[in-house]
Design a protein around this ligand. Structure first.
Ligand code: UDX
Length: 421
């Protein structure tokens, strides 16, 4: 198939690269000339495990990058994979989705053929049918352009594995020919493919993320209760998660969830529900518990090290989780902001995210290793689960005083404590 992918970010580039690996011809379209140049040279503009190999194998053969929409004209499918960040009022910002829809429509004016326009971006229910379809069709001056919704469930750091081994493929489509066209892009992937209504597909994405975020906030709340009485929440959740109705996944307590999806998607679902006159109590509590965990980490630090002004505090792990350089909504952000506000000297280290965090906090100290961050530190906060942190042991001898607090359980070092264990 000939497939165009609009947006060369975490979702678009991974999707495009994986689809090209399956033998389709893919054009990834992005307005950022630097991203296009990097992809053309076979260099991923983002850090994602295995993406460099995929680009090197397929760029110039079955994968092409361009800022020109021309290729949409003879494509079978066009995936919209642009960002839908959270606006200040909590709604999903659809400006990039609108712009992409209009550009697709314009290029299809006077064209005999019409690709299926597939929304992959996470959008509120109703967006594909009430925003994307009319914008594409108005710009094209025709009413025969099919639209579908096909949410992604890719985890950063594991996105390529998730693409080839999904639990399910969801395709929202009101017409069977359009469903078949989208499904054939995934031919060869061994996973159930379900057809739903278009708004149900949009809702499935929001609800999946909201449910996973709820599991995390639930575990964190239980962790906070357990810590009061010296019970290990990881032991508790191990026993709880063995119940097949519950499952062991996403029960790891800690400093809370971050990233480009959970915080913004739960917030967008809350705003969407509010707009319908509903008061989503559970979803609101999920966000509140999440925000409180970072505050709890700072409170715990201050109870162990009452005076932090002028003290060196090591912060290990800056991205929102391990194996990514993505710092969007990372829990390290409120923690570092709190430390800076209290006058601490922050020594930060992440195996791949120092540069990304330097754009947010240009004035803190970035270290090239955990050992450098720990040297002379009065306390250490471990924010993410990078496997290399689990091997830290003698490096803690370099600290001035050994206050070590984890935001996720990863250290084998004995004298550490967790934010909620
Ligand atoms: C998530 C969804 O998993 C994915 O399906 C969707 O397409 C995009 O959003 P991602 O944001 O890449 O993926 O990260 P994920 O691995 O799901 O973790 C999200 C956050 O939750 C991270 O901050 C992580 O550290 C945290 N988390 C995860 C926990 O605190 N505890 C857990 O048990 C699991």
């Amino acid at each position: 198939m000939k497939i165009a992918v609009i947006g060369a970010g975490y979702v678009g580039l991974v999707t495009g690269a994986c689809i090209s690996e399956m033998g389709h011809t893919v054009h990834v379209i992005d307005c950022d000339p630097d991203k296009i140049a990097a992809i053309k040279a076979g260099n991923p503009p983002i850090y994602e495990k295995g993406l460099d190999e995929l680009l090197q194998r397929n760029v110039g053969r079955s994968l092409f990058a361009t800022s020109d929409y021309d290729t949409v004209r003879d494509s079978d499918l066009v995936f919209i994979c642009v960002g839908t960040p959270c606006r200040d009022d909590g709604c999903a910002d659809l400006s990039m989705v609108r712009a992409a829809s209009q550009s697709i429509g314009k290029i299809l004016t006077g064209c005999n053929h019409a690709p299926v326009v597939v929304v992959k971006s996470t959008v509120p229910p109703g967006t594909t049918e009430c925003v994307v379809r009319p914008l594409v069709q108005d710009a094209a001056g025709r009413s025969d352009i099919p639209c579908a919704m096909n949410p992604e469930f890719l985890r950063e750091g594991r996105a390529i594995r998730d693409f080839f081994h999904p639990d399910r493929i969801v395709i929202g489509s009101s017409d069977i020919a359009c469903f078949d066209a989208v499904a054939s892009a995934y031919q060869g992937i061994d996973a159930p493919v379900i057809r739903t209504s278009v708004p149900a597909a949009e809702m499935i994405k929001y609800v999946s993320n909201a449910f996973l975020a709820t599991k995390i906030s639930f575990s964190n709340e239980i962790g906070n209760i357990c810590k009061r009485i010296g019970i290990d929440v990881y032991e508790v959740m191990k026993g709880v998660g063995m119940d097949t109705r519950i499952s062991p996944h996403f029960l790891d307590a800690g400093v809370g969830f971050g990233g480009s999806c959970f915080p913004k998607d739960v917030t967008a679902l809350i705003t969407f529900a509010d707009s319908l006159g509903e008061d989503p109590l559970i979803l609101k509590a999920v966000i509140k518990v999440n925000e409180n965990q970072a505050v709890r980490m700072l409170t715990l630090l201050k109870s162990r090290l009452p005076m932090i002004r002028g003290k060196k505090i090591a912060v290990l792990g800056l991205a929102f989780k391990d194996n990514t350089d993505d710092v969007r909504d990372s829990r390290a952000i409120p923690v570092i902001a709190g430390l800076v506000k209290e006058g601490a000297l922050v020594a930060a280290f992440d195996p791949v995210a120092n540069a990304a965090m330097a754009k947010i906090f240009p004035d803190i100290c970035y270290c090239s290793s955990a050992a450098e961050a720990l040297t002379g530190a009065e306390a250490c906060l471990v924010m993410t689960e990078w496997p290399e942190f689990s091997r830290l042991e003698k490096e803690f001898d370099l600290m001035n005083s050994r206050v070590v607090i984890e935001g996720r359980r990863i250290l084998s070092y004995r004298d550490r404590e967790g934010v909620c264990w």
